[in-house]
Design a protein around this ligand. Structure first.
Ligand SMILES: Cc1cc2nc3c(=O)[nH]c(=O)nc-3n(C[C@H](O)[C@H](O)[C@H](O)COP(=O)(O)OP(=O)(O)OC[C@H]3O[C@@H](n4cnc5c(N)ncnc54)[C@H](O)[C@@H]3O)c2cc1C
Length: 276
């Protein structure tokens, strides 16, 4: 039998986590319940669904804080996220279909940390930080350091994910996000990626480029970022494509071949640096 606990606030949730590090943390359940019938029932469950302390979007001076319990529907509909953090709003819109978006949360995507988690390249390109907490206190982890391997992260056994803090790109930075799957809705990515490109006119000053579904975790492609610096848009696309070629060893699995992923990833990254 599974013991079920629904904390009334974050403090109660953190104490429960500290006392029961072996219990399962549940948010929307859209990842957890997929395999529930094939796994042993958990000893206990800490249900964070709609916990008010985790359900918020706060627009701050230079960043937006998005609570871990915020659903993809809420992310996609939030005016500040749509206006200032387009890659996240675009990713939210293509996670599963409407039912999944209404239930799946940012904390769940980051907690599962699948290589095909659609929000994860957006968090990398936007240089987000994650806030996590335990009874020992709160700490922040740059998202680029969060993933340690295939579905493993820096989250300690007694911690909960609290929020993503996402810096708002300035007016000279253009952002993009794109997913390629078998169809538009309810499709797991074959390749997806995001970019934040800072421009001086049409010259690339700096860029953050991230891809998902290519490696065992979402990755920044620093070879591309280096290759495009100082290049004009358009030419930068060719430089990005060439740099990517030697920088990745795409995975080969049931969803796609390595060859297909490589070709799509090159097109996708080149397109980030196109003229319009
Ligand atoms: C039909 C279907 C289609 C899908 N399509 C997509 C897709 O296109 N793109 C995509 O990226 N994903 C997709 N998913 C996966 C899933 O919907 C997302 O990853 C979603 O964001 C998970 O959120 P959740 O709240 O449901 O997580 P849950 O299933 O509740 O939890 C997932 C993991 O995160 C942990 N966790 C959750 N919140 C916290 C917290 N605050 N602190 C610590 N740990 C936490 C849980 O313990 C668990 O390990 C799909 C799932 C289904 C069933």
């Amino acid at each position: 039998m599974t013991t079920y606990l629904r904390p009334r606030d974050l403090d109660e949730g953190l104490h429960a986590r500290a006392e029961h590090a072996d219990w399962t943390v549940l948010a929307g359940g859209t990842d957890l319940l997929v395999n529930a019938n094939h796994r042993a029932a958990p000893v206990g469950m800490i249900d964070l669904w709609r916990l008010a302390d985790l359900c918020f979007v706060r627009v701050e001076k230079t960043s937006v804080a998005i609570g871990a319990g915020t659903t993809w529907t809420e992310v996609e509909r939030h005016p500040a996220i749509r206006a200032k953090l387009a890659p996240l709003a675009l990713a939210a819109r293509e996670i599963g279909a409407l039912q999944i978006q209404a239930r799946g949360t940012l904390g769940g995507n980051v907690g599962t940390s699948s290589p095909v988690g659609d929000s994860l390249p957006a968090l990398l390109a936007l240089d987000a930080e994650l806030e996590v907490a335990s009874v020992r206190g709160h700490r922040r982890v740059p998202y680029r350091e969060w993933c340690t391997g295939y579905r493993t992260t820096h989250l300690a056994a007694d911690e909960l994910i609290i929020a993503a803090h996402v810096p708002v790109p300035d007016a000279t930075t253009r952002t993009s996000w794109r997913k390629v799957g078998t169809r538009r809705a309810q499709s797991i990515s074959k390749v997806m990626g995001a970019a934040a490109i800072t421009l001086d006119g049409d010259v690339v000053v700096s860029a953050r480029v991230a891809l998902g579904a290519i490696a065992n975790r979402p990755i920044r492609i620093t070879a591309v970022e280096d290759a495009v610096r100082g290049q004009r848009l358009g030419v930068a696309g060719d430089a990005a494509r060439a740099a990517l070629r030697g920088a990745i060893q795409p995975i080969d699995d049931v969803r796609s071949t390595a060859t297909y992923r490589r070709e799509v990833a090159e097109n996708l990254v080149a397109r980030f640096f196109s003229v319009s």
